[in-house]
Design a binder for this molecule. Structure first.
Ligand code: PAF
Length: 284
């Protein structure tokens, strides 16, 4: 597996693969790999001739007071895991390589970024959209793989790909969960043993919503559903609900009735320190 830290080098690696007739899959990550990341990589290895994984803890998507400085890192462990699933190259630039001094351009998909996670993390999705656009321009992949867990992020990336005419297929990969249902996340590493049990409330709330939708015979009001699911948080000492919403998958706009391709999304704060997200599709 090639490990490259410079834009020039990874471009040359990819250009040579192209001359050999290979197509390229890109898996953008911030490292500290768990099975969710490895599933993205496996999907790419299966789909594309060559897979590049980028590992870059992107400073512009962290707000003031967020966890940039303590974000979990394990470079050697990550390289070993990526190698094991058959990744061909890791692109691991430093911040100066990606954001050269004097850079001024940002990419924003404002209407999709304003709600949901965007309310508590203003600027976050501009940081994501900007770095992903840069990674697309650097690697020029045919496919790029993102987890459904960050559903709002996935929609923003699909939209910018379409709007900026990138010839890249964006592939959403289903959420990978622990045996008890917790969505895998690098931030789960911050949880104490008791918090680890309590955070399951978000998964249970989403499951309750889905179960009610699947059991119902007529159309359901989303307000009632959300109220019922949000009540699960009343008895929880560590987790407070940041939001729980039922939205149209395409527009990410809230819905008054469960209808069509819609999805329940939620975010919680655990003891004011840790922020976790999850979501579930409300159709079969
Ligand atoms: O999902 C992530 O890990 C990040 O937001 C991404 C897409 C790698 C951009 O930094």
């Amino acid at each position: 597996m090639i490990i490259s830290r410079s834009i020039e080098e990874i471009r040359e690696v990819v250009a040579n693969w192209r001359l050999e007739g290979c197509d390229i899959g890109l898996v953008p990550t911030m490292g500290y790999f768990h099975d969710g990341h490895l599933e993205l990589m496996r999907t790419s290895v299966h789909r594309a001739d060559k897979t590049v994984v980028s590992l870059f803890v992107n400073p512009t998507q962290f707000g003031p007071g967020e966890d940039l400085d303590v974000y979990p890192r394990d470079f050697d462990g990550d390289c070993a895991k990526a190698r094991q699933v058959g990744v061909d190259a890791m692109f691991c630039p430093g911040p100066q390589e990606i954001y050269q001094s004097g850079y001024k351009t940002e990419v924003s998909v404002a209407s999709l970024a304003a709600g949901l996670c965007g309310v508590d993390r203003p600027g976050h999705f501009t940081g994501v959209a900007t770095v992903v656009t840069k990674l697309f321009n650097i690697v020029l992949p045919d496919y790029a793989f993102f987890g459904d867990k960050d559903f709002q992020q996935l929609r923003i990336i699909q939209q910018l790909t379409q709007d900026l005419n990138f010839a890249i297929s964006i592939v959403g990969v289903p959420i990978v969960r622990e045996d008890d249902g917790l969505a895998m996340s690098s931030r789960n590493a911050y949880l104490s043993e008791s918090e680890r049990q309590e955070v399951l409330v978000l998964y249970k709330a989403l499951q309750l919503i889905r179960q009610r939708v699947f059991e119902s015979k007529g159309t359901i009001d989303t307000d009632d559903l959300i109220k019922t699911a949000a009540a699960l948080f009343d008895k929880n000492n560590s987790c407070s609900l940041e939001y729980l919403s039922i939205v149209d998958e395409q527009s990410l706009q809230g819905l008054s009735k469960v209808w069509g391709r819609c999805r329940a999304l939620g975010a919680i704060r655990v003891n004011q320190r840790i922020r976790l997200i999850d979501n579930m599709a409300l159709y079969r």
